[in-house]
Design a protein around this ligand. Structure first.
Ligand SMILES: Cc1ncc(COP(=O)(O)O)c(C=O)c1O
Length: 420
């Protein structure tokens, strides 16, 4: 649909890389749990003259003139986000999920204060206090884990003990690699005992909450939600901070600008507004429900064939395979062999992994992108077969070549929005 003729004339190198990426996306199977395909409308909203505009400040209170139209789009994005997540306040300016978390931390804490978040090998994100991040030079991070990795239930008793001993300012729910639902009410009760803020980083599951398939942490009294706007929410790459009470939102606004960022990226805010508008439609609820149906179906496919899944199943869009236990090879090897046949997923730590982060025991895969292409349960069986065939034939280049063409032929039946 897009012609990119100006790009071709001006910069053939970039044009050809773009064409290559479009072909890669439509000819291959995207199983990375944090990726998705946006609609052509979202794509159009991302690339246009809003890029040319500086809009420091917020609608109605800007540091530059000429804000007639930027105010319209930012106000629409804010109003739609509030409606989608039942929020008292929305800040749609964070450039991505990590900056949203940084701005949230600085809004609620002083240097030296403590956050209690999920252990990273149990599913937490880098921005929840990985030692490689600068955040750990400023704040203290303490951890909670699953009580039982066979069911995935979090250890709420241990969480309470740690909370009473360490007095965190923030109790943080949220994850990048955890396949189960969180009991927000239990976390909120613990936070109330010590007067801590409750924050959910719902980056991975925002679309499933917006689509009313998973619980909204605000319904259990959480104070703040941070999120990305891509992933399951299927919007442009970006971040957002929501608060339940409008008053707390003022702190978030000040922290995002001028505390941390400069000018908002207005074309991305336009695209966020479009994506939120799409997510407010009833079809999006069906999309979110199908993501989970596909995920549960694929998980069952694997488990029926004695593949070991972390927590033995999934409640959301993702699952983790323990590759060492299932196939006797590390996650990186599975990632590499699947890349060779046009299927993309990522190596991932499993809980309390004894291997290194760059060479972990597992892989993570998810269903948001393949569900956007219209795949359903019967396609999950086909994909499951492809995956197991690739792993089984990993030392047989001819078998892998033949599987690669099977994958490409299969993919042609499921168009990618805006590409095929
Ligand atoms: C839970 C969680 N929070 C934050 C982020 C960071 O988002 P971004 O990559 O947009 O900075 C991610 C991204 O993977 C995530 O999974």
């Amino acid at each position: 649909m897009f012609t990119y003729t100006d790009l071709l004339a001006a910069d053939p190198d970039i044009y050809h890389a773009l064409m290559g990426e479009m072909k890669r996306q439509s000819d291959g199977v995207e199983l990375i749990a944090s990726e998705n395909y946006v609609s052509p409308a979202v794509m159009e909203a991302m690339g246009n003259v809003f890029n040319n505009k500086y809009s420091e400040g917020f609608p109605g209170k800007r540091y530059y003139g000429g804000q007639e139209f930027t105010d319209i789009i930012e106000t629409l994005a804010i109003e739609r986000a509030k409606k989608l997540f039942n929020a008292g306040h929305a800040n749609v300016q964070p450039h991505a999920g990590a900056p949203a978390n940084v701005a949230m931390y600085f809004a609620l804490m002083e240097p030296g204060d403590t956050v209690m978040g999920m252990d990273l090998s149990h599913g937490g994100h880098l921005t929840h206090g990985h030692p490689v991040t600068y955040l750990t030079k400023i704040f203290r991070f303490v951890r909670y884990k699953m009580k039982d990795v066979e069911t995935g239930e979090l250890d709420y008793d241990e969480m309470r003990k740690v909370a009473l001993a360490e007095k965190p300012k923030i109790i943080l729910a949220g994850f990048s690699a955890y396949p189960r639902e969180v009991n927000y009410a239990k976390m909120k009760a613990i936070a109330d005992e010590i007067g801590a803020y409750t924050v959910a980083d719902m980056a991975h599951i925002a679309g499933l909450i917006a689509g009313k398939q998973l619980r909204n942490p605000f319904d259990d009294g959480f104070d703040v939600i941070t999120t990305t706007t891509h992933k399951t929410l299927r919007g442009p790459r970006g971040g957002m901070i929501l608060t339940r009470e409008a008053e707390l939102g003022k702190k978030m606004d000040k922290s995002v600008f001028p505390g941390f960022q400069g000018g908002p990226i207005m074309q991305m805010i336009a695209a966020k507004a479009v994506a939120f508008g799409e997510a407010l439609k009833p079809e999006f609820q069906e999309y979110a429900a199908q993501i989970i149906r596909n995920s549960k179906h694929l998980a069952k496919f694997f488990m029926d064939r004695h593949v070991k899944l972390v927590t033995n199943g999934t409640d959301n869009h993702l699952m983790l395979i323990d590759c060492m236990q299932s196939f006797g090879i590390p996650g990186g090897e599975v990632e590499t062999v699947l890349d060779r046949v046009g299927m993309t997923l990522n190596k991932n730590m499993i809980p309390d992994d004894t291997r290194k982060p760059m060479d972990p025991s597992g892989v993570r895969l998810g269903t948001p992108a393949i569900t956007t292409r219209g795949m359903k349960e019967k396609e999950m069986d086909i994909l499951g077969e492809f995956i197991l065939r690739a792993i089984e034939k990993r030392s047989d280049p001819r078998a892998l070549e033949s599987l690669h063409s099977d994958v490409q032929n299969f993919c042609r039946k499921y168009p990618v929005p805006g590409i095929s």
